[in-house]
Design a protein around this ligand. Structure first.
Ligand SMILES: Cc1cc2nc3c(=O)[nH]c(=O)nc-3n(C[C@H](O)[C@H](O)[C@H](O)COP(=O)(O)OP(=O)(O)OC[C@H]3O[C@@H](n4cnc5c(N)ncnc54)[C@H](O)[C@@H]3O)c2cc1C
Length: 531
């Protein structure tokens, strides 16, 4: 029987990242991946035409992640590019543009809608950014004890805002409809969840107020040259250098448990890998109920796992291979990494939410979209481009769509997209691919590890209160996937935090610094060169 110190289930960025932290601690690490390639949702595939590399899931990655300081990925072939414009939100009579790494321009852009709101974003950053960042990259604190190190007054305010819902904080703190809309759309884009931003769903999202702090700094979005999967491949090469092993095409069938203590994992081919610690980056429910098995778990715990709320929102993504990048009517939109199209006022989010509850396809599609190949020419054949578009739909529609029914939905989405462009005609479209839960390639994966942020499944209750510190009721079994705090997105939060907990449990001192370099503010009134 093979042995290691740490067996990691899944090679998503969190599994790979955790493996890197542990390997550099001197531990013998094996990553077991069911798929044929590493990366999980860092996936890039030619789904339309040969040579057109589409990022099927993660596209826009925040360049702010301590992982990139802890590990230099450049020697391992990972190359990033940072487009100058992060977001454009075209509205009927004007538009709002957020630039990458240009807080003064962003201040002016927001202040055109509301000086109060621009100042508020700056104030949130100044007062709370460091605290929020520390809490993002640490195991959750008990409710009410957040905001350590702040003045008494700021700590009270911080905890008050954290306890609210995201949408309620947006409504309370901002005055401009357009600024509220921008923050709501950004939250939807990051989480894939419309309810988080819908006023009608406020009561279902308690304690998500701190999401606003995340949006008050500039994540300085970048993309990975050659496609997002290259990030996974680069970390795999790093792991090779660190002496960790990766088994691809190898599914964990069971987590072996004896007397409440983890022993290792059993693979689908019948081999067993003994391990001192097992860390799961796979879906939480699947990890506990299928891989551990109910017989090893307390009945109450099993009921709580089964009681986790699934997401009501599904995706209906459209990937296009085109002969030229779209010419948007708003010129700045042509260089944007991400565009929010079709949401012209906050009530459009309410409409989308009511359609999701009613189980109907959007009467008037509205979506996020972009064309990354303008910054990544290596990902397409000469002269070609790839476009992506994410439409939120009810989960049931996303699940039940078949190739036969997808065409009509795709046409409706395309028609709406064309309202914003001058040249997205049939002649320019070389290939198309609709992507929805019905043909989803990653059955085990969801942006938030299968556990949305609704119904208190957030922060110190994520995925369940008893597992919020990355430990589980099975001794030696840990979590490192997006179902754990701080959730989904390619920021390596669950990986870094879980690695710290495991190091402490194994009596090792984490080698990485607890001091985090703060991110740049999203907006700043200061003139360049002034404090
Ligand atoms: C459509 C979409 C768009 C997104 N866009 C962005 C974006 O632009 N920017 C961003 O930052 N984030 C984005 N996200 C979110 C982000 O992609 C995810 O949060 C993140 O990639 C999840 O990483 P993970 O390591 O937690 O898990 P995953 O990537 O889900 O990895 C889990 C891995 O575990 C493996 N596995 C599962 N079960 C087993 C088993 N039994 N044995 C062995 N292996 C197993 C799976 O095959 C998979 O490789 C998006 C997500 C989606 C779905």
């Amino acid at each position: 029987m093979a042995r290691c110190d740490v067996a990691v289930i899944g090679s998503g960025h969190n599994g790979l990242g955790l493996a890197a932290y542990c390997a550099r601690l001197g531990l013998d690490v094996v990553v077991v991946e069911a798929g044929s390639k590493v990366g999980g949702l860092l996936s890039t595939e030619d789904v339309t035409l040969p040579g057109f590399r589409h990022n099927l899931h993660a596209v826009t990655l925040g360049s702010y992640a301590p992982f990139y300081r802890d590990f230099d990925l450049r020697p391992f072939g990972v190359r990033f590019v940072r487009p100058p414009v992060e977001y454009v939100m075209p509205l009927p009579d004007r538009h709002l543009t957020i630039r990458c790494g240009d807080p003064q321009a962003n201040y002016r852009a927001v202040a055109r809608f509301s000086r109060h709101d621009a100042d508020m974003i700056q104030d949130l950053y100044r007062r709370f950014h460091r605290t929020w960042l520390t809490e993002y990259y640490s195991p959750p604190l008990p409710a009410g004890q957040r905001g350590q190190g702040l003045s008494t007054q700021d700590q009270r305010e911080y905890n008050r805002l954290c306890a609210m819902s995201f949408r309620a904080t947006v409504d309370e703190l901002f005055q401009s409809e357009e600024v509220r809309l921008l923050f709501c759309l950004r939250a939807m884009e990051i989480t894939g969840d419309v309810g988080l931003a819908a006023r009608a769903a406020t009561a279902d999202y308690p304690g998500t107020g701190d999401f606003l702090f995340r949006l008050a700094f500039d994540e300085e979005y970048h993309i990975v040259l050659g496609g997002t999967n290259e990030l996974g491949q680069g970390i795999a090469r790093l792991l090779g250098k660190l002496g960790a092993k990766i088994l691809t095409g190898s599914r964990v069938e069971r987590i072996v448990v004896r007397d409440g203590q983890v022993q290792g994992v059993r693979l689908a081919d019948g081999e067993t890998l003994a391990a001192r610690a097992v860390v799961s980056g796979a879906n939480f429910t699947n990890t506990m109920l299928d891989l551990v098995g109910e017989e090893h778990l307390d009945r109450g715990f099993v009921e709580r796992v089964k009681g986790l709320r699934p997401s009501r929102v599904g995706k209906f993504d459209l990937h296009l291979a085109v002969s030229a990048p779209p010419r948007y009517r708003v010129p700045e939109a042509r260089e944007a990494l991400c565009l929010f199209l079709g949401y012209e006022a906050l009530h459009d989010i309410e409409t989308r939410w009511s359609e999701i509850l009613a189980g109907t396809f959007p009467a008037k599609p509205s979506f996020h979209c972009g064309c990354t190949s303008i910054y990544d020419p290596d990902s397409v054949p000469d002269g070609g481009h790839t476009l992506y578009l994410w439409q939120f739909v009810p989960a049931a529609i996303s699940r039940e769509t078949t190739e036969a029914t997808a065409g009509a939905y795709l046409e409706r989405i395309l028609a709406r997209w064309r309202e914003y462009t001058t040249d997205l005609g049939d002649a320019q479209i070389l290939g198309r691919h609709g992507y929805y839960l019905g043909n989803w390639k990653m059955k085990q994966a969801h942006p938030y590890g299968g556990v949305p942020l609704s119904h208190g499944q957030y922060y110190d209750r994520r995925p369940l209160p008893e597992c919020a510190d990355y430990r589980t009721p099975v001794r030696g079994l840990y979590l490192c996937g997006s179902a754990s705090h701080p959730g989904g997105s390619v920021r390596f939060g669950p990986a870094r935090n879980a690695a710290g907990v495991i190091a402490n449990d194994l009596g090792l001192k984490p080698w990485w610094s607890e001091d985090l370099v703060p991110g740049t503010p999203l907006v700043s009134r200061a003139e360049p060169g002034r404090a």
